[in-house]
Write a protein of this length. Structure first.
Length: 694
């Protein structure tokens, strides 16, 4: 029987046979590592779904590939790249964590990586030169153990949750204080009377479970920031930079207010008269619709950084990160100069293979690049981010000086702000009817840049007096004196809340768009974009617009199945065929297998025909539809599902999440109740035959 390859009398033939395998496995590990460095080079939210999938796949395959590579007996000159490769894995695991559950899994993998590193090193310790072992490999193991210990402490420590709860308690107690609430002379346009705290909400000596506000110079509020700007003409030479700094402080104050919803703290300002005026005349005041969205995006960006930043908190010191970075760079650079073809004396093998030397250098180079990027990202978050700009501006508000003016101007010039790449400014699109056509299923789901016309339409309704009385489209119909004829379309399907109205109006809007000419481009763009976006939410994220997401998903599946069967039965192969055959749709009776989806399809077709008949002017028709969809979206945006919105922040900023935050600051945290009219009963019995009138 042949002796195994790892016997005491092993010869060079075995080593030669295993070398190509080890080099191949190492090359595959290097390819995965390079992919991770490239795919993880930006914020998670700046990448598309495909990039995030590829990054997750590479991360999933990287550790098994490294472990399998090290499973075979390593030659002496393999030990160096093995140790650096596992250190790269340790750094990758540190940057990939998103939430506590993911951190726990990746922490276990990192622990295994350190164990594999020790197991790879110990059997070869006796065959290595002491200089290589003491000066390079042992410090590298100690560095990996230090990283592991720091992450273990951060995962197991409850300090983050406690700090969040304590900070929210401070802000909530501050907002309930008489100093904040007893303000009757206010102006949302100039922020007069809006004492929303930016920084300095410290707890005085109020005793156990008490809160005593100390109004000192350290307390910086929104109205104080605006007053400071008016007193000295702004910290910047140009008004645009000064206004952006003020808005950044406003975003930070709103972030602190919104953060209370994570821990369920009360919103004491919800019923304050100033709250709704703040949104209507403050955030949405003036004609600049971009400012309203910019402030909310920056606010949600602060929240995303707090919850999902891969790097230390912007409020923490970088001293530990700096020490680890300097140690890693010293070890990596030392290895590059030490491990070369001109200095083989560090190994017992006086003739190391050229391929091993090249691969070792590649591993070390990737290790250095990874550590450099990891530290520079943490550095930019702490010192070049919007967090630091707010900190500097508040310091200037407390003690104005020309030095801080120069620093603020320099900070604004360094504008690779994390916020610019955090919001993708895209809006998802999904057309229910087009998705049911077999040949256009792929085109039915897509994303497109958020049009400026949509932002203007939302801004127009937010600043209007109708914001306080949204009702699933009823207020739009009331403004156009059409409520009596169309009230059935907004008040039915009470058990589904906004879902039933959204689906009926989505089908009707799709039918109107299929028969429309080239007029009313702006209004038509708003109506069709928001219609497809609401359908996209029901398809992809129903938890953001309804309290019963499972029922919404089942309803969407039933609608797709019913429409597909109808189109297939009538031989529809194109969009024109579909619009020609839809007027002939007949809902089934309950005894024949007909359910709610039949009634929704029939009502959507009926509504589309009624809109075309009663609004022959195409421009006026699309004006009504655009306003209708803005009100429908704003009616569905308030939600108590804070977890759903927060989880979506990990991959981007949905438009409905921005509206959810905006309405929260206006005191609108609950969806309006579904309206009910006596005429609804009449419509319930007439939907079967009215669709033929098209």
């Amino acid at each position: 029987m042949e002796q195994p390859c790892f016997s005491a009398n092993r010869n060079g033939t075995c080593a030669a046979a295993t070398a190509p395998v080890a080099e191949t496995l190492l090359t595959a590990s290097l390819a995965l590592l390079a992919a991770l460095v490239i795919l993880c080079s930006g914020r998670r939210t700046s990448a598309g779904a495909a990039c995030r999938f590829l990054a997750s796949l590479a991360l999933m395959l990287f550790y098994p590939a490294v472990s399998y590579t090290l499973g075979s007996r390593l030659a002496n000159d393999n030990v160096v790249w093995a140790c650096f490769l596992l250190s790269c894995a340790d750094t990758i695991f540190a940057r990939a964590a998103v939430d506590l559950a993911t951190q726990a899994v990746l922490l276990a993998q990192a622990t295994q990586a350190v164990c594999v590193l020790l197991l790879a090193l110990l059997p070869n310790a006796t065959s290595l030169q002491p200089r290589l072992l003491i000066l390079l490999l042992l410090p590298l193991c100690a560095l990996s153990l230090a990283k592991l210990g720091a992450r273990l402490r951060s995962v197991l420590s409850p300090s983050r949750d406690r700090a969040l709860a304590a900070d929210n308690w401070l802000v909530s107690s501050y907002m309930a204080h008489e100093y904040v609430r007893s303000v009757w002379d206010f102006d949302a346009g100039t922020m007069k009377g809006y004492r929303y705290v930016v920084t300095g909400e410290k707890d005085g000596d109020g005793g156990f479970a008490g809160y005593r506000l100390e109004v000192t110079d350290e307390l910086v509020t929104v109205d104080r920031v605006w007053q400071q700007h008016d007193d000295d003409g702004g910290a910047m030479d140009d008004d645009d930079s000064s206004s952006r700094l003020k808005d950044l402080c406003l975003s930070f104050a709103l972030f602190k207010l919104l953060r209370r919803r994570l821990t369920g703290d009360p919103l004491h300002e919800r019923d304050d008269d100033r709250t709704l005026a703040f949104v209507r005349k403050g955030l949405a005041g003036g004609d600049d619709h971009e400012r309203m969205f910019r402030v909310i995006e920056a606010e949600l960006g602060f929240l995303s950084d707090l919850l999902y930043a891969r790097y230390p908190s912007p409020q923490q010191s970088l001293a530990p990160e700096t020490a680890v970075f300097l140690a890693s760079m010293a070890l990596g650079l030392s290895a590059l100069f030490l491990f070369s073809s001109s200095s083989p004396a560090v190994l017992h093998n006086p003739h190391p293979q050229a391929a091993n030397i090249l691969l070792t250098r590649l591993v070390i180079a990737l290790f250095l690049i990874l550590e450099l990027f990891h530290y520079s990202s943490a550095l930019s978050l702490v010192y070049f981010s919007d967090w630091h700009k707010v900190k500097m501006f508040c310091r200037y508000v407390r003690k104005p000086s020309w030095i801080l003016q120069r620093l603020l101007r320099l900070a604004l010039m360094c504008r690779p702000s994390t916020r610019q790449h955090w919001s993708s400014n895209e809006i998802g699109q999904y057309s229910l009817l087009h998705a049911c056509l077999r040949r256009t299923t792929g085109a039915a789901r897509r994303s497109l840049p958020l049009p400026a016309t949509v932002k203007r339409a939302i801004h127009r309704l937010v600043r209007s007096e109708w914001l306080s009385d949204l009702k699933y489209g009823d207020r739009t119909l009331q403004r156009h004196d059409m409520l009596h004829d169309f009230d059935w379309s907004t008040s039915r399907y009470r058990q589904y809340g906004a879902v039933g109205s959204i689906l009926v109006w989505h089908i009707a809007t799709t039918i109107c768009a299929g028969a429309a000419g080239g007029c009313a481009g702006g209004s038509r763009e708003v109506a069709t974009t928001l219609s497809n976006y609401c359908a996209y939410l029901l398809q992809q994220a129903p938890e953001l617009v309804t309290d019963h997401p499972y029922e919404a998903r089942r309803l969407m599946e039933a609608l797709q199945l019913r429409i597909r069967r109808f189109l297939a039965h009538n031989g529809c192969r194109s969009e024109g065929d579909m619009f020609d055959e839809l007027p002939g749709f007949q809902p089934r009776e309950a005894g024949d297998g007909g359910y709610e989806e039949d009634t929704i399809v029939a009502d959507g077709i009926k509504l589309g025909c009624q809109i075309s008949d009663e609004m022959p002017d195409e421009a006026a028709r699309w004006d009504v539809l655009s306003e209708m969809w803005v009100e429908l979206l704003l009616s569905a945006a308030p939600s108590g599902n804070v977890t759903g919105h927060v989880q979506r922040l990990a991959t981007g900023c949905e438009l409905v999440t921005q509206l959810w935050a905006l309405l929260t600051h206006g005191g609108i945290v609950d969806r309006p109740k579904k309206p009910y009219y006596e005429s609804t009963a009449c419509a319930d019995g007439g939907s079967d035959s009215d669709s033929d009138s098209c």
